[in-house]
Design a protein around this ligand. Structure first.
Ligand code: ZN
Ligand code: CU
Length: 479
């Protein structure tokens, strides 16, 4: 592997949101050495980037890749999209710090065999020993803390339990965590009250963490759920990140006008960010209360009926001669894609200036939601180029500079000398997602070269296996 690589004559979209410009970029070792007009003689290898965009590697801010980076470290679904860093530990679910043989719902979203890390430092060591293809940064999940600290989860934590969870979070922050995530939407966290959440989260305040949350409901009660999240963040002294923002259910379609207005109002008194994936279907565990008989639901996997993966719940119900709720009960435990959103809402959220891109991909599903393989090229191809919803520079900002600043990922997310050489070279004319609900694991088109910490980690249409250059990223200083 040459130590100096020249990316010549590309359009530099540097991740700051500023207009792109034509220039060369010199990578030296794991860093960006120079940006400008550079003599090719200075580099051991030159890659012609004429007609291509040279951008910072994408940061997938919302993932459940905690275990897959250890089990399938090639991370093709992500690196083939140009992703060079994944933020794990979202929705209250993280591998560390928890040791258990039998993970409770919804921790099983991470697979079942990996809850073996007593503290985040041990997980970080495992990531570094495995050396996945991309970088890994970690939130600590509130539901995981509950599973580690509480004998029963159908009530709010008492004072001693709150103190124990705060202590675990404090230690994780020392180990480099990005902050706390919660998933009070889910069983086993739903009984947590604001005091529990705010007291635990406060343990991350001194260390510069964030509070990311899958709010209590994204259905009718969404405004109250957002207010709860905002109060929790204010009381704990943390910036708030609203996860996978959406208004779910036909009765709430169009209401992102209200939710984004509320967010803008809240943002005048506290720091707020949000993330989104570019699809009208969500995906999570199978739950009877999400089956309304109206929206389409596709099964992504089922323990009792694995043969039903990929089928519509309505068809399964018809086949069995039962209603959809009964069919759902028979398929549990399992997962599904829920077509619960409206296209106009998805566009409104994507276009909001505070919005970052996060795939929320579920890598352990048999037939996963296509967002696992397609999110970033779909934003750049469909939403940016094809329908013109976003400027190229602002789409890239949402994937790079904005998340790096939001999560305190030092020296990432911007192309500038001295930063780490996480770089994605893509063709803005051809980039597109190819993953669909019927064929979810198809590699995207138009992502040409991906560098992680200065090493080439992915090339389009290349049959040679590339070496893996990722590492665990500790939280840096947030601006
Ligand atoms: Zn979630
Ligand atoms: Cu999630």
């Amino acid at each position: 592997m040459p130590s100096t690589i020249l990316l010549r004559n590309g359009l530099i979209v540097d991740g700051s949101g500023k207009a792109g410009y034509r220039a060369d970029v010199l990578l030296d070792g794991e860093l960006i050495a120079q940006v400008g007009t550079i003599d090719p003689a200075t580099a051991e290898e030159t890659i012609d980037c004429s007609g291509l965009v040279v951008a910072p590697g994408f940061i997938d801010v919302h993932t459940h890749d905690d275990a897959i980076v250890l089990d399938a470290p090639g991370m093709l679904p992500k690196i083939s999209q140009g992703v060079t860093t994944v933020v794990v530990g979202n929705c209250g679910i993280s591998l560390a710090p928890l040791q258990t043989e039998a993970p409770i719902e919804p921790l099983g979203l991470l697979g079942t065999q990996r809850f073996r890390f007593e503290r985040l430092a041990a997980y970080a060591d495992a990531v570094n020993a495995t050396r996945p293809a991309l970088n890994v940064a970690a939130l600590i999940g509130h539901t995981s803390l509950r599973a580690a600290a509480m004998p029963q989860l159908d009530r709010a934590a008492d004072a001693a339990e709150r103190a124990a969870m705060a202590g675990m979070l404090r230690q994780a922050m020392d180990d480099g965590a990005l902050g706390l995530s919660s998933g009070v939407f889910y069983e086993n966290a739903y009984a947590a009250d604001e005091r529990e959440l705010a007291e635990i989260a406060a343990a991350a305040a001194g260390a510069g963490g964030v509070y990311a949350t899958h709010i209590r409901t994204e259905l009718d009660g969404i405004l109250d759920a957002m207010q709860e999240a905002a109060r929790t963040a204010r009381h704990s002294g943390l910036p708030l990140v609203l996860s996978h923002h959406k208004c779910a259910g036909p009765a709430n379609w169009g209401r992102t006008r209200e939710t984004l207005a509320l967010m803008d109002r809240l943002a005048t008194r506290q720091p707020i960010g949000l993330d989104v994936y570019p699809y009208t279907a969500g995906s999570t565990v199978l739950r009877e209360d999400l089956v309304d008989g109206v929206i389409d639901i596709i099964i992504t996997g089922s323990e009792p009926h694995p043969e039903m993966a990929g089928k519509l719940l309505a068809d399964i119900a018809a086949l069995w001669g039962v209603d959809q709720r009964e069919a759902c009960r028979r398929l549990i435990p399992g997962g599904a894609c829920y077509f619960q959103m409206n296209e106009e809402d998805v566009r409104r959220v994507l276009a909001h200036p505070r919005t970052m891109i996060g795939s929320d991909g579920l890598p352990h599903d048999v037939r996963p939601h296509p967002r696992l393989w397609g999110t970033f090229p779909r934003v750049l191809g469909h939403y940016c180029r094809d329908i013109g919803l976003l400027q190229l520079e602002s789409a890239v900002f949402k994937m790079t500079g904005l998340p790096a600043a939001q999560f305190g990922l030092d020296k990432r997310g911007i192309i500038t000398p001295g930063n780490y050489a996480d770089i994605t070279v893509f063709d803005a004319q051809t980039i597109r997602d190819r993953a669909t609900f019927s064929e979810p694991d198809r590699v995207s088109e138009g992502v040409r070269h991906v560098f992680v910490n200065g090493g080439l980690g992915y090339e389009e249409n290349s049959s040679t296996a590339h070496s893996r250059h990722g590492r665990f990223l500790r939280r840096g200083l947030r601006d």
